[in-house]
Design a protein around this ligand. Structure first.
Ligand code: FES
Ligand code: FES
Length: 160
């Protein structure tokens, strides 16, 4: 497919990107815009590592062609917060030390954020349902659930 120039809005900034319209959004984010929060995991839409918010909804950027992204509001992990002022979801993951290698965390955080945008006080079942299609090869699921529950405003008991 031929190259096109396409305007994308990412983390509140407009970027003119030269790429074929069927290029996966993930490649543009990582390779052209140097936004490396979204990770390449499976490349098949199955693991969730590449998640971003598109118009406030979690989407798997490895299977989304950029031609469908013009005029949409794209937010990556970098757009949620800063090191000095992390988003409350990011802070919850830090507080729970919810990571081993950290590779899956982008997707876990983005999807938790999307859940809270549409449902500010989700139940545990809703949190589980939101995250159940995200893979964590390290097996940090318990800490990740604790972090997501903390972000959702639930009281998380101290670990023994
Ligand atoms: S890399 Fe996109 S879902 Fe796995
Ligand atoms: S912490 Fe390593 S994949 Fe989840």
């Amino acid at each position: 497919m031929t190259q096109n120039t396409m305007r994308l809005t990412v983390n509140g900034k407009a970027y003119d990107v030269d790429a074929a319209p069927d290029t996966a959004l993930l490649y543009v984010l990582r390779n052209d815009l140097v936004l490396n929060g979204p990770k390449y995991g499976c490349g098949l839409g199955e693991c969730g590592a590449c998640a971003v918010l598109i118009d406030g909804v979690a989407a798997r950027s490895c299977v989304i062609p950029i031609e469908g992204c013009a005029g949409r509001d794209i937010v990556t992990l970098e757009g949620l917060g800063t090191r000095e002022h992390p988003d409350p979801v990011q802070q919850a993951f830090i507080s729970e030390q919810a990571a081993q290698c950290g590779y899956c965390l982008n997707g876990m955080i983005i999807t938790t954020k999307a859940l809270l945008l549409r449902s500010p006080h989700p139940t545990e079942d809703e949190v589980l349902e939101a995250l159940r299609h995200h893979l964590c090869r390290c097996g940090a699921h318990i800490e990740i659930m604790r972090a997501a529950m903390r972000a959702a405003g639930h009281v998380v008991e101290a670990q023994t």
